[in-house]
Design a binder for this molecule. Structure first.
Ligand SMILES: Nc1ncnc2c1ncn2[C@@H]1O[C@H](COP(=O)(O)OP(=O)(O)OP(=O)(O)O)[C@@H](O)[C@H]1O
Ligand SMILES: [Mg+2]
Length: 324
């Protein structure tokens, strides 16, 4: 099995490389820099990513298996897009078990939800919660925590909602991100209905991959052809020890374009509990930088390649049982 260099490396993404201001350094063996210095320099973008495709880009963030990082991805990619000056509406479609508001630290400001909008109890703009840090980022929750999916609420209601967002006086948002609930039941079908593209989040384990494979089929049946995946919670130490599937293995199994690879990072849990998404951390952590780069690729409808850095002798079919 191969080990992969998955950590964000700006040399793999020429568009992230700043224009060199100085001639090449004549010293061939410079002292190694502090890791954060290197990470920070990768964020000195010399241009804004070019938005491709018609707006709004309606993107569902889904997985099949629960707890793999959909909401974390929605929060971090959403705020990365806002930082890149795109207008973003993030819809928490996880009815009854919503938590995107918590990750964003906006829980105390959600007074109305889509259910009240549909009942005529409030206007759409009253249900949209504007982020104080990035005013071009807004959150919209479908319903109150622990409430059930209202009767009659389905894909059509979400399509109506997306149309209403398009028709707003403030202008149509560049991105509408839909945080999908786990599973493949009614909530999933509702969440994917208005989407034109999907980000499939998976962890590199067989249960998540089997669910992701099933979800890919359902998305394609629904007419969503643009599906890219994010491999989350990757650990190089486990990959090297052949205790975790490599990103290349995951890619081969699912056959999807790779939007990003996010390392396992304790900062994710810390930032979740603080309601302060990782991408806002200064200095950025590797996981935060990986989310930022995934956001760039999303804007440009680009994908990345898993780059092989070393080849280890093949052991007998450790993961060969997956998928037969
Ligand atoms: N890269 C990571 N490193 C460490 N922890 C992570 C990472 N990504 C997500 N987590 C943690 O995993 C847990 C689940 O994440 P999250 O809520 O985003 O998953 P989800 O797919 O939205 O779950 P659900 O299916 O319940 O909606 C959280 O505690 C989060 O902090
Ligand atoms: Mg979630």
């Amino acid at each position: 099995m191969s080990s992969l260099r998955f950590l964000p490396n700006p040399t793999h993404f020429p568009h992230l490389n700043p224009i060199p201001k100085h001639p090449p350094n004549p010293n061939p063996n410079p002292k190694p820099k502090h890791p954060f210095t290197q990470i920070h320099s990768a964020l000195q973008y010399n241009r804004k990513p070019q938005l491709t495709g018609p707006t709004p880009r309606v993107v569902v963030i889904t997985s099949g298996k629960g707890g793999v990082g959909k909401t974390t991805t929605t929060a971090n990619i959403g705020l990365s897009l806002a930082r890149l000056n795109f207008s973003v509406v993030a819809i928490d479609a996880d009815v009854g078990l919503r938590n995107l508001d918590l990750l964003l630290g906006l829980e105390n400001r959600v007074n109305y939800t889509v259910v009240e909008v549909l009942n005529g109890d409030c206007r759409l703009d009253q249900a949209l919660v504007r982020d104080k840090r990035w005013s071009n980022f807004e959150l919209l929750c479908i319903s109150k925590p622990r409430s059930k999916l209202p009767l009659g609420f389905g894909g059509k209601a979400l399509v109506w909602l997306v149309d209403a967002l398009k028709a707003r006086q403030e202008g149509c948002p560049d991105f509408i991100l839909i945080d999908c609930p786990a599973g493949i039941d009614a909530g999933f079908i509702t969440a994917i209905t208005p989407a034109n593209e999907a980000v499939l989040v998976t962890t590199p384990d067989i249960t998540a991959l089997r669910d992701a494979d099933r979800v890919t089929g359902l998305l394609e049946c629904d007419g969503i052809r643009d599906i890219k995946m994010i491999v989350n919670r990757v650990r190089t130490d486990l990959i090297r020890g052949e205790d975790m599937m490599s990103v290349l293995d995951v890619q081969e199994m699912l056959g999807l374009a790779l939007l990003g690879v996010i390392p396992e990072d304790s900062e994710v849990i810390r930032s979740t509990n603080r309601g302060f998404p990782l991408v806002l951390n200064k200095p950025p952590t590797l996981a935060g930088l990986a989310f930022e780069q995934a956001a760039w690729r999303l804007v440009e409808q680009d994908s990345m390649k898993a780059v092989m850095v070393e080849e280890e002798p093949k052991k007998k079919g450790f993961f060969s049982f997956f998928g037969g």
